[in-house]
Design a protein around this ligand. Structure first.
Ligand code: MN3
Length: 211
């Protein structure tokens, strides 16, 4: 039973991503912001027993089918729950600076080169007006796309599988970078865990292949 949802462990210490992402930001982001989304998601679903067996992916992919009085709460807080769960997973200290294998070849095919992909994602995320996320996502027919979403909207809501996401809410960077979102994104590449992103890609492609 996925419900009640629980705040996932980070898998590394709050200071592990220094100097690129500072420890205080990580602590507040995980223990306050992500905990808040998790708690509010559970609050919204309380009493809706028929929804307690649904995974977060199922809930977000099926927002239109949810009762109207909890749809916005699940969209915002369920999105926040899922987006941050992915965000912690796809970061790590001291990983490779680029992906290998199938994902590397797919990025070259889709965007021309790894550098061209990074530029496209950085400009898309930097250009998201207000709060939101920049994404690398896989379509249901197995194609890589770069996109941004506002607020806590997830690519899952539109039928895509996110495999990498960069949080561009000010709470993700303001303490260290203030208004310099582009500088934060540039530094953030240093902490991407490409092994996990490549695993997510493989899983998404298996799912795309089987429909
Ligand atoms: Mn956040």
């Amino acid at each position: 039973m996925p419900y009640p949802f629980e705040l996932p462990e980070l898998g590394y210490d709050y200071d592990a991503l220094e100097p690129h992402v500072d420890a205080r930001t990580m602590e507040i982001h995980h223990s306050k912001h992500h905990q808040g989304y998790t708690d509010k998601l559970n609050d919204a679903l309380e009493g809706y027993d028929d929804l307690h067996g649904k995974s977060i992916e199922e809930l977000l992919a099926g927002l239109d089918a949810l009762p109207a009085d909890i749809r916005t709460a699940v969209r915002n807080n369920g999105g926040g729950y899922a987006n941050h769960r992915l965000f912690w997973q796809i970061m790590a200290p001291g990983g490779d600076s680029s992906p290998g294998g199938d994902l590397s070849a797919a990025i070259d095919d889709a965007f021309g080169s790894f550098d061209a992909f990074k530029k496209k994602l950085a400009s898309t995320a930097a250009g998201q007006f207000g709060s939101g996320w920049g994404w690398l996502k896989v379509s249901s027919d197995g194609n890589l796309k770069v996109a941004s979403t506002p607020n806590q909207d997830s690519p899952l809501m539109a039928g895509y599988t996110p495999i990498l996401g960069v949080d561009v809410w000010e709470h993700a960077y303001y303490l260290h970078y203030q208004n310099r979102r582009a500088d934060y994104i540039e530094a953030w590449w240093e902490v991407v865990n490409w092994d996990v992103v490549a695993e997510m890609y493989e899983t998404a492609m298996r799912y795309a292949a089987t429909g």
